[in-house]
Design a protein around this ligand. Structure first.
Ligand code: IPE
Ligand code: IPE
Ligand code: MG
Length: 245
């Protein structure tokens, strides 16, 4: 049953931006046109996230598995990312938006990495919204890396296996702890996580939007957040109204 009596707090929204290719193909255009239009949707979602008072927005931009795509598509995706970083840097600074990434950095083309580092540095003090781009990201890989880091500490005698708990494991996943996503949105009608934030999404509310990502508008994010507020989050406990039973 839905509890609409009070709003859930919302700090962190994650979005699996899907459907760029289909959006373009439906219009008789090459797939990259969909990625180009997808970049415009990123701007809209970022602005709306600020308006909605969300403090962290994590966008799934490129997965570990997306390297399987044709080299030309991968090249275009990184070219568009490069363009986005150069065009948006000033606006991100002005709007108080901090940009950072999660995922592997060693396979990001050098020219893009350079602008990425510049943008991260230039926006580091932004406090209005923390925009995180999941780039060459895969949750399983992230979990394996954390397990490896903890195992190394055990071998070094720095940590006892019994000391590994959820808090320590989560801290090993990412250097700077961030809140788990309250809400994860996926566009284009697909209903799966595709290796996005698997550990962190244990209690995330999921929202599936049928529109392909390039058609995702401010109102769609507002709708998703309104729907989130209508959910009853229990985390295994009883809903607040039933506690007196
Ligand atoms: C999302 O759109 C962008 C990336 C995964 C990089 P897709 O490119 O997956 O679009 P569809 O799912 O093929 O339509
Ligand atoms: C997930 O979309 C990855 C991103 C949005 C970057 P995909 O299009 O790669 O996922 P699958 O292959 O449909 O699961
Ligand atoms: Mg897809």
């Amino acid at each position: 049953m839905k509890d609409t009596s009070s709003k859930n707090s919302i700090q962190h929204v994650g979005i699996i931006m899907d459907g760029n290719g289909r959006w373009a193909q439906q219009r008789g255009m090459p797939r990259w046109k969909g990625h180009e239009a997808g970049a415009r949707a990123v701007r809209r979602a970022t602005e709306e996230a600020c308006r909605q008072g969300v403090s962290m927005l994590t966008l799934f931009a490129f997965s570990n598995e997306n390297w399987k795509r044709p080299a030309q598509e991968v090249h275009i995706l990184f070219t568009l990312l490069h363009r986005y970083l150069r065009e948006e840097r000033k606006e991100l600074i002005e709007k108080g938006i901090r940009l950072s990434t999660l995922g592997r950095r060693d396979r990001i083309p050098a020219r893009v990495l350079e602008d990425l580092q510049m943008t991260e540095e230039a926006t580091r003090t932004g406090t209005r919204l923390h925009l995180r781009l999941a780039l060459d990201y895969g949750a399983r890989q992230e979990i394996v890396m954390a397990a490896r880091a903890l195992a190394r500490r055990v071998v070094a005698g720095d940590l006892h296996p019994e000391e590994i708990d959820e808090v320590r494991f989560a801290a090993a996943l990412v250097p700077d702890p961030v809140p788990d996503p309250d809400l994860i949105i996926r566009t284009a009608g697909e209903q799966r996580l595709s290796n996005f934030l698997l550990w962190q999404s244990a209690y995330s509310e999921l929202y599936f939007c049928p529109k392909p990502w390039p058609d995702f508008e401010e109102a769609d994010l507002a709708c998703a957040i309104a729907d989130y507020h209508s959910r009853t989050r229990k985390f295994g406990d009883l809903p607040r109204a039933a506690v007196s039973i």
